[in-house]
Design a protein around this ligand. Structure first.
Ligand code: COA
Length: 166
């Protein structure tokens, strides 16, 4: 198997909203990929109620990575492996925060491998300080008046507070 040049990776998820933990994984991903597409799923494997629309999430991700032209954000519908193939991506990046993530991640990676053998999943380890963050916890803490400024970037914080206010 040859390594595609350039190496394009997808970092898929629901990103409602993107957190510092996601940001950490994407920036680490640039060590193994030439270009990363942060791919916001319209259909998540786990059923989720959304706060931001997919378009808003894509917009927020683009703002967060404004400084880095190797990273872009896109929404996608349908299967992840089909979107990856359409984008010429052979790598799927996922973060493993704790043992509890492992079973679900392994199951998804193996299903994706079964659906398209050309796509590899690569697990990256987040910085310890980001290991407990999740988007739903950030939404919940913010909605209850807690300070989430260290968990999301300033532009996300501003939009999150405005959304919860309105
Ligand atoms: N830092 C912070 N939070 C992180 C994180 C990190 N490094 N890694 C994961 N998380 C959190 C997310 O915020 C999210 O939290 P939430 O549940 O509170 O919203 C949770 O961990 C996991 O979410 P995410 O990584 O966004 O994955 P997901 O389960 O929502 O979605 C998809 C996974 C989008 C990749 C999957 O559903 C998919 O591929 N969908 C397309 C359809 C498809 O192909 N289905 C078949 C798949 S086999």
């Amino acid at each position: 198997m040859t390594r595609p040049n350039p190496t394009i990776a997808l970092y898929p998820g629901s990103f409602d909203p993107i957190t510092r933990g996601h940001e950490d994984i994407v920036r680490r991903g640039l060590r193994v990929a030439d270009r990363i597409i942060v791919a916001v799923a319209h259909t998540s494997t786990q059923s989720k109620r959304g706060l931001f629309s997919v378009d808003e999430r894509v917009e927020l991700i683009s703002e967060v990575f404004d400084d880095e032209d190797r990273i872009e954000a896109m929404g996608f519908r349908g299967l992840l492996v089909d979107f990856a193939a359409a984008q010429g991506a052979h790598l799927v990046l996922r973060g493993l925060r704790a043992v509890s993530d492992f079973e679900y991640e392994l199951q998804m990676a193996q299903m994706n491998q079964e659906l398209n053998a050309d796509i590899e999943t690569l697990f990256l380890v987040p910085e310890v300080s980001n290991s407990f963050i999740s988007s739903s916890l950030v939404r919940e803490v913010a909605a209850l008046g807690g300070d989430v400024s260290s968990f999301v970037s300033p532009s996300v914080l501003e939009r999150l507070l405005a959304k919860l206010d309105g």
